[in-house]
Design a protein around this ligand. Structure first.
Ligand code: PLP
Length: 391
């Protein structure tokens, strides 16, 4: 009766089941996985947000497949602040970044064709590819102690087959926090151009570098020759996932980019899924972004600083090199990582994500959300050290 692509295994591993049970209990758990900014104790300017969303122009339905011109200009203006002059005509709006992926996958691949996605990486990507009938193929990143993550471009290229349609890069990656380095981008661009592949770069966390000056404002938009889609949205840029606005900036070789935009316009016209209120509000919402990002950055920095200090000095736990984003990865030296995590969740009621959710090869990795309110984060980390550190 049902399509194979609509099947998701409902039976996660024992840790996954336990996490679901504990999360459902709600009370009394210490949640170090939470990444919903609207429930993280941040201060939102409610009057401005609601005022912007209440613009009376939203009472008129004026269908525009790629988004209203003023809304597209507002997004292009956000990139201007990051040092890139984008044509608003090359900015296409969607209801979320996930929806932008779906549209691009429909544009590029026929059923059975392949998309290269990062590993470790954001677990949703393989589902998004499958839902469009495409086969996700994971390419690995390499971790070197003290140096951090880098792409293994030889391995990536060896995975390119006649069925490959695109390479997805997430910069900074979720959850490793690794930015795409300029030399990696140049190599990926060349590789994509050589093999006739599109490059999709997800920059939802690009505004959150770990260190001042590190990759600040760096965007791939406007920097490539291969057909490129740079994705982002209001979820992370202004901490408003519920208003539902994402976008893609289409770049690369002129004729290809033009045809991609024309085809996407036709495709998006069948859905018209972006609401009028958010399109009329986006300029003002992006204007609030700096303040919200400042609060989020302060939270991320405080939690990352605490984690680094707490794990130093022979705890048997190491914070992996992190360049940005909302997450931290902790590696355990002690054996039996997943059993210890089970105990951490079962007995201490601390929710964390095990590395294997994200495709980490090395056992004993834990992913923590740095967006967690600071007091909760500290309590959770104390339990983590006691349960999973050196004994
Ligand atoms: C890497 C990455 N891309 C995209 C998204 C989804 O963004 P949106 O809410 O705009 O669909 C997320 C959400 O956490 C993410 O981590």
């Amino acid at each position: 009766m049902f399509a194979e692509r609509s099947y998701i295994d409902p039976d996660p591993d024992p840790l996954g089941r336990l996490l679901q049970e504990r999360a459902a209990e709600g009370q009394g758990v210490i949640d170090l996985t939470a990444s919903n900014p609207t429930q993280a104790g941040l201060r939102y300017d409610a009057a401005t947000i609601l005022g912007a969303l209440g613009d009376p122009r939203a009472l008129t339905y004026a269908p525009a497949p790629c988004g209203l011109p003023a809304a597209r200009r507002a997004v292009a203006y956000y990139y201007r602040h990051r040092g890139v002059a984008l044509e608003p005509a090359r900015v296409l709006l969607t209801a979320s970044t996930s929806e932008a992926y779906a549209a691009i996958f429909k544009l590029l691949g026929d059923p059975g064709e392949e998309i290269l996605i990062p590993r470790p990486g954001y677990p949703l990507l393989s589902h998004l590819a499958r839902f469009e009938g495409l086969r996700p193929v994971a390419y690995p990143a390499r971790y070197r102690e003290g140096l951090g993550w880098s792409l293994d471009l030889d391995v990536l290229e060896a995975l390119v087959s006649p069925a490959t349609r695109a390479v997805v890069a997430v910069s900074p990656n979720n959850p490793t926090g690794a930015y795409l380095k300029p030399q990696e981008l140049a190599a990926l661009d060349t590789l994509c151009a050589r093999h006739g592949l599109a490059l999709i770069v997800d920059e939802v966390f690009a505004d959150y570098p770990a260190a001042r000056g590190n990759a600040r404002g760096y965007t791939v938009a406007g920097r490539t020759r291969a057909l490129t889609f740079v994705l982002s949205g209001l979820s992370k840029v202004v901490g408003l996932p519920q208003v539902k606005l994402g976008w893609m900036a289409v770049g690369g070789e002129e004729a290809l980019a033009q045809e991609a935009c024309a085809r996407l316009e036709t495709l998006l016209d069948f859905y018209l899924s972006v609401g009028a209120p958010v399109q009329h509000a986006v300029g003002r919402l992006l204007g609030l972004g700096k303040g919200l990002r400042g609060q989020i950055q302060a939270r991320l920095a405080a939690n990352a600083g605490f984690l680094e200090r707490r794990l130093s000095g022979g705890t048997g736990l190491r914070l992996l090199v992190r360049e940005g984003g909302w997450y931290a990865v902790v590696a355990m030296d002690a054996p039996g990582g997943d059993e210890r995590l089970l105990e951490l969740v079962r007995r201490d009621r601390v929710l964390v994500h095990p590395g294997h959710f994200y495709g980490f090869d090395r056992p004993g990795c834990v992913v923590l959300s740095l967006l967690t309110p600071e007091a909760t984060f500290r309590r959770g980390v104390e339990h983590l050290v006691a349960r999973c550190g050196k004994i």
